[in-house]
Structure formats: C-alpha cells, structure tokens
Design a protein around this ligand. Sequence first.
Ligand code: FMN
Length: 351
Amino acid sequence: MDRDIKAGLLRAGIAAPSADNSQPWRFAWRGDDLDLRIDAERSGYVSDTRYVLSDLAAGACLENIIVRGRSLGYAADLQLFPQHDDALWFARLHWRRDPESIPREPLASAIEQRHTDRRFPWRGPINSDTQARLTAQTEMIAGQRLWWPRTSRERKTTLSVIRQAETLRFRSPTLHAELFSSVRFSAGWHATCEEGLAPAALAVEPPMRPIFQAMRRPAVMRMLNRLGAAAMLGWRSAWLPIRLSPGLCLIVISSTSRSDVLAGGRALQRVWLQATLDGLSVQPYAAAGVLGLGFVPVEPAYRQPLSRMRATLNDLCAPGYGIVFLRLGHARSAPRARSGRRSLESFGDFQ
Ligand SMILES: Cc1cc2nc3c(=O)[nH]c(=O)nc-3n(C[C@H](O)[C@H](O)[C@H](O)COP(=O)(O)O)c2cc1C
C-alpha cells in the first residue's frame, strides 16, 4: 500500500461523524496493518462513560475506512478489540489487495459529502423504497436493525421520549456543562472550527444567539430553567424539528456490549451514507438512547425519569436497544456551515 492510499483511508475515517465533533480516534500503521484506537484525551467524558459515544464514532470511522478500502480494491480482515485488557484499542485492519472479489461499494462516493444538518423544516415524503434501502444498509452489519415508528401512537411516544432526553441536557447541571463545553463560541456565528461544535452549525436563529450564548453560564441556565427554559429548549431542539420532518428512524443494537455498540456505529454510518446518496439531510439524536442505557452518572433526581424513558424505548423497538435516532428529510439547499476536522497529522503516527 503506498502512502497516498494509506492517507486516503485515514481521511475517510476522519470524515466520520462523532458526538460533539470530538473526533476521538488515533491511528497507527504497522506495515500495511492499521491499528485504530480511541483517543484517551477525547473520550470518557460524562456522557461517554463506558465509551458508548466513542464506540459509536469508532464504528462510523471504521466503516468509512472499510468502504473506502473496498472502493480502492482492498479487502479488510477485521479484528475487533484485539487485546481484551486494552479498552481503547478497538480494531486492527489487515488489508488484502483483492479487486476481483470485492463487492462494489457505491457508498464510498458519499463519505466526504455526508454531514449533519440541524435546520428544518424539510420536505418529504420518505417513500417505502428509500426506507427499504436504508433498512438494508443497517442489516449489512450483523445484529443491527433500523426501526421506523409506524402508528400515530408510536410517533407520539417517540417524540415525547426524545423531547424528555433533550430537555434533560439543559436541566441537569452535569449534562449542561458538558453540552456547552463542546460549543466553540470563540469561532463566532459564521465560521467553522476544526474540533468541537461550531455555533454556526447549530441552527440557532439570530435573535436567540445572545441568549443561547449566555446559557453556557450555569447561573444563567439555572435562572432561565426556573422560567421553563429547559422544556422550551427540548421542544425547540427536538420536538419541533422532528414533528416538521418527514422521516424518523432508530438504530437498534442487539446488546450493550462494546462490540455491539461499535457495530451500531457501523450501521449508523451505512444508513447515513445511503441517505446522503438519496439526497436526504440527516440529524442524529443520541441522548434518549445513550442516557437511557444507565451508564451516564447524572444527578440522582434524574435517574428514575431516565430509566422510565429506557423502558418506554424498549417497549417501542424490542428486541434490542434503541441507540441513535435519525431525523430525515429533503432540504432545499446545503447548510452553509459544517463542522471541520483536525489535520491528518494530529491523529497519530502513520508515516
Ligand atoms: C454517536 C453520535 C451522536 C451524535 N449525537 C448528536 C445529537 O444528539 N445531536 C446532534 O445535533 N448531532 C449529533 N451528532 C452529530 C455530531 O455532532 C456531528 O457528527 C459532528 O459535529 C461532526 O459533524 P458532521 O456530521 O457534519 O461531520 C452525533 C454524532 C454521533 C456519531
């Protein structure tokens, strides 16, 4: 494998999504084998207890690399969590040049195009052919499913669970601190930034921006929460955009083991790439699925509501664990602001 191919594979991995744009990946080449690790400095924070968010990002990164490799004529033999006492080392890829037997991988052309879109409203419909294509992508990763709310009761219950989870992100002091620490206000409201969330990518309306920025202070958030701000924010950031979008689906993983969460990230990425090829905008909502697993150390007052949320989610999508919702629809234009990425060199030693 020459240098350019190796760099191309890593660039595909780096283009993957990650919670709060944390980009928690490290790469190292050992000859033509590629080792992928979770970056200790960019993982393990509050919502990432037990590496759930990092494992999802790891799966998405891994899938991008495998898909790009296939498009270049390379097959990957995959070893997951190669060393059981090394929690951060999530995969080793051994490459074989095998252009004849590799399946065609049309998803590769969507790797750089894929992005998060937090605007709304979007147009529909998401027809049954599109739903079937997205579902088929999930099922290419063993044990993974895509669940679509079908009845009005399912849609209503789903909306309510997502809204409660998003509300909690502003109500719980621990989650609030984490959420705002990832927003790079220093970038201003028009520029992008190479790590973390650029305010410009958050789709906050201009008149609301000074208030949103002031909310990063715990005292301001506490005061506004006495006036019902958290509930309003849950409504504005989740309920309303989802209600005004034509599609919503949920990645369902078969167990909460780390390799199944990672497989969920691979499935998430395949669905997202296919949606991109189909011209769909996508926004993930991870709070309901991830907080509900019970690993995140929120304040005791919120533990019971969270376990009720999990029970409701389990009833809806059983068997398995709903982990990330995806809001889908057709936007009129591409978003003006997208999250950036760090330079390739900052991801490790891959000379
Ligand atoms: C596991 C995971 C969870 C995410 N959760 C959310 C979320 O709850 N809300 C949201 O707006 N974006 C969410 N995102 C999207 C990331 O913020 C986004 O991928 C990152 O900022 C990089 O931007 P890009 O997707 O445009 O490349 C999530 C992404 C991943 C992989």
